[in-house]
Design a protein around this ligand. Structure first.
Ligand code: IFM
Length: 822
């Protein structure tokens, strides 16, 4: 009757009491009990919108969306599934009109249809059919194509991750261009610039002959699962997989198909690019005591071990495979703990794991989410960003978040400022513990940063532009741009990372309401970086301080002096460390930091209200990116490196990053003039650029221009706008997107221990709702053009510009900001 496995059943009837009194009701009760034993709830409700809406809401809290609910209409109303009065959510249920259930014996009755529908669900459970997903467009990404290049992009987009492990969304069967891959954050192999993420054993492969020719693959953001369904008249193959949110390192999948087409094959295999061929990598696999194991180990002690088991079942004409895998950061496993976790997962079973996992994702989304009723595309894109941020930053001990997270091996998994400045500020508002783990990654590599400073004759700590396991610089020394081999100088010159690391620690502590961390465990990050800058600066004859020979965020211009971004971030670093007081350093050293900070040049021109990006930038050829091609644009490839270096075209937001990160260090009123000047010159040749530019335009009350750039940022991975998403998702863009919504459009900041809210919505958005963590609270903000509604789970000091701060408990309505008020 219905080719779907439902997760709950609601029977609606005109009169539940009369229904209960009918003789057939015993059959209903018996089936309901059997379904309850396999975790499928059956409820009988009156045919009215409130009780049905309430029941659907309750199910949604367990991650069961309306599309997974079988609604059996046993009322005398219309057979039309959309029929009133069951409310809008009921429209998306799997609705079957069975006919009146309270009818007398002489009249037509819906009982046979009702009981058959329940029997069908029981059979599906018994046959272990692959569970479905709620195909709600607000929560799902769908792919139907089989184009080879797009497949690689889809593998990135469909990454599932938790607890620091992620599995790319490769299809199960082997085929051209398919590269199954599971990665673990922080597990690398190789040396120096060649150090790269170590692919672990693969757990998703199945033998499938022939593979589906027409299919739909669906990433369900709401429940964190990847679903695949063959299309067409002989549609038989289905799979569902998850990387478990509640059990660290555990992954599980179910697949169904005809016995002649689907076979399980080995539960684990070694990664496709033979890791044994890579220098210093050892790999092995085997079977022991009823489970498979495989491991990949790198020289230096790092490694990934997986254990897996599978159960096969033939029900009717279908073969079903349940597979469980457990991953651990172990070079010489499997450990007893991993085997015990595997046994527990097997004993609990796939459906149990799925139910736990769905409920855990539902809890996440209750606390952190975005709602943009007028813009479903943007809403879904921002949800995708949140989803992938959770997958990338899933650890609470120490998290090495590379430029592509663990969704691919792009940039070798190296950690850049992307982590500190783009990802972390998003993550701290989603899961402060995960942001702490990112700070800890830097803290644990402080000795390497100290050694790097000493090596160039400086004091304090200098963080590397690209970092991996040891914290030593692993930036390659050359690479290809547009087919040409060119030197890469960022490792030597892109020094602002040192201040960015300090900034991330301060931001995480401030946003999460734990400033004491800055004079406690995290203090060295501020103090040692300040010491570095103090020894890095050159003072000229007039007493002005300079930083020579750097690369700023705009990497089109190398080896420049007095990069405004670098100098102002260094100034902020010195001042912030000095302001920590005696806990940071002695009086004399702090006074020297403050004095130096005051003498650092920053290129600001009060006449124009603009910062000169670096000394001499103003004299370059006045080319503008906007006149060349629409963004994103690789201007260095288009024009050649030398031409771009001699022009004012810039790769990404540079000076403007100051207005985003340290607005208090920029001249009042300077955001507008700098946006006007640098905006048209920015090619957005780096994926880091559009989302933060959107945030700034919203802050400067240009929300429609901000929305245009937000849309560009949304497209970057979803449409593979740079042609590089196949190597992994740009997690800095994901972080930037959430920052654009939360800090930009919603206008949330933390200032003096209070949450400041100053929203600015584009014309196209009548309302915006954001849910997030701030100052130790769970916060929900509902914003409309002239209204701010806030709900917190504990007292929270809130300030709206132009009004005195208020202490909010529970829910409150706040007045709109006064225009122009600080
Ligand atoms: O960190 C970025 C940099 O700002 C621009 N090039 C790519 C790097 C990694 O994403």
């Amino acid at each position: 009757m219905l080719d779907r496995t439902a997760e709950a059943v609601i029977v609606v009837t005109d009169d539940p009491d009369r229904l209960a009194a009918r003789p057939e009701a015993d059959g209903l009760r018996r089936r309901a009990a059997e379904l309850a034993a396999v975790r499928v709830e059956v409820r009988v409700l009156p045919a009215a919108d409130r009780p049905v809406a309430h029941a659907l809401k309750r199910l949604a809290r367990r991650g069961i969306g309306p599309g997974l609910v079988l609604l059996l209409r046993g009322d005398s109303g219309s057979a039309d599934a959309d029929a009133a009065p069951l409310g809008p959510a009921a429209r998306r249920t799997l609705t079957v009109a069975v006919g009146p259930l309270t009818a007398g014996p002489a009249e037509p009755s819906g009982w046979p249809g009702l009981l058959a529908a329940l029997d069908e669900q029981l059979i599906r459970r018994r046959d272990r059919r692959v569970p479905a997903v709620d195909e709600d467009p607000a929560w799902t990404l769908r792919e139907t194509g089989t184009d080879r290049h797009r497949r690689r992009v889809t593998e990135s987009l469909f990454t599932l991750g938790a607890g620091g492990f992620a599995t790319r969304g490769a299809v199960e069967e082997d085929g051209p261009g398919t590269v199954p891959m599971t990665l673990a954050d922080g597990v690398y192999t190789g040396e120096g610039p060649a150090e790269h993420l170590l692919p672990g054993p693969c757990w998703t492969a199945l033998e499938l002959h022939p593979p589906p020719t027409e299919e739909v693959r669906i990433l369900d953001l709401r429940t964190g699962v990847l679903y695949r369904r063959e299309c067409g008249p002989d549609a038989t193959v289905r799979t569902l997989r998850l990387v478990d949110l509640t059990r660290p390192g555990v992954a599980a999948a179910r697949a169904e198909g005809p016995p002649g087409r689907l076979a399980p094959g080995p539960a684990l295999c070694l990664p496709a690019a033979d890791p044994a061929a890579a220098e210093g990598v050892a790999a092995g696999s085997g079977v022991a005591d009823g489970y498979h194991w495989a491991r990949v180990a790198a020289r230096g002690g790092q490694g990934i071990t997986a254990v897996a088991a599978q159960q096969c079942h033939t029900g009717g004409t279908r073969h079903v495979v349940d597979r469980f895998a457990v991953y651990a950061r172990e070079a010489d496993g499997p450990s007893p703990a991993a085997v015990a976790a595997l046994r527990a997962a097997q004993a609990d079973g796939f459906e149990h794991l799925l139910a736990e996992h769905r409920a855990a994702w539902a809890r996440r989304w209750r606390r952190v989410d975005v709602r943009i009723p007028d813009d479903p595309e943007a809403q879904r894109g921002v949800r995708f960003a949140l989803f992938q941020l959770w997958c990338a930053a899933g650890r609470h001990d120490e998290a090495a978040v590379g430029a592509r997270g663990i969704s691919g091996t792009g940039y070798a998994g190296h950690v850049f400022w992307d982590a500190d400045v783009f990802v972390l500020p998003a993550v701290v508002s989603m899961d402060p513990g995960a942001a702490d783990a990112m700070v800890r990654y830097r803290l644990h590599r402080l000795d390497a940063a100290r050694a790097a400073a000493a090596q160039c004759g400086r004091r304090g700590a200098r963080f590397p532009w690209e970092s991996a396991s040891s914290g030593r610089d692993v930036t390659p020394r050359s690479g290809y741009i547009g087919g040409e081999l060119v030197p890469i100088r960022t490792g030597e010159l892109e020094e602002h990372i040192t201040a960015d690391v300090a900034w991330a620690a301060v931001h995480a502590a401030t946003w999460s309401g734990r400033p004491d961390l800055l004079t406690g465990a995290w203090r060295p990050l501020l103090v040692e970086t300040a010491r570095y800058w103090a020894s890095r600066v050159r003072t000229d004859g007039a007493g002005r301080a300079h930083i020579d020979k750097v690369i700023g965020p705009d990497e089109y211009h190398e080896d420049v002096d007095d990069s405004a971004y670098t100098n102002v971030m260094a100034r902020w670093n010195l001042r912030t460390a000095a302001a920590l007081g005696p806990a940071a350093a002695g009086d004399a050293e702090r006074a020297a930091w403050s004095d130096l900070a005051d003498r650092l040049v920053d290129g600001y021109d009060p006449a124009t209200g603009r910062y000169e990006q670096f000394a001499g930038y103003g004299a370059l050829e006045p080319l503008r990116a906007i006149d060349l091609a629409p963004p994103p644009l690789a201007a260095d490839v288009l024009l050649g490196r030398d031409r771009v270096a001699g022009s004012q075209v810039i790769k990404q937001a540079d000076v403007l990053m100051l207005h985003h990160l340290v607005p208090q260090e920029t001249a009042p009123g300077s955001l507008g003039p700098n946006l006007d000047f640098y905006g048209p010159r920015t090619s957005h040749g780096s994926s880091l650029s559009p989302a933060i530019s959107a945030a700034l335009l919203a802050r400067d009350r240009r929300p429609d221009a901000a929305l245009a750039l937000l849309r560009l940022a949304l497209r970057l991975d979803l449409e593979d706008a740079t042609g590089t998403s196949g190597a992994g998702l740009h997690v800095a863009t994901m972080g930037g997107l959430w920052q654009a919504v939360l800090l930009g459009f919603a206008g949330v900041r933390v200032e003096s221990g209070a949450m400041r809210v100053d929203p600015c919505l584009p014309d196209a958005w009548g309302a915006l709702e954001v849910r997030f963590r701030c100052l130790r609270r769970h916060v929900r903000l509902r914003l409309a053009r002239d209204a701010i509604e806030i709900r917190t789970d504990g007292p929270l000091r809130v300030r709206v510009p132009g009004h005195p701060p208020v202490l909010v408990r529970g829910t409150a309505r706040l007045p709109a900001a006064r225009e122009g008020a600080p």
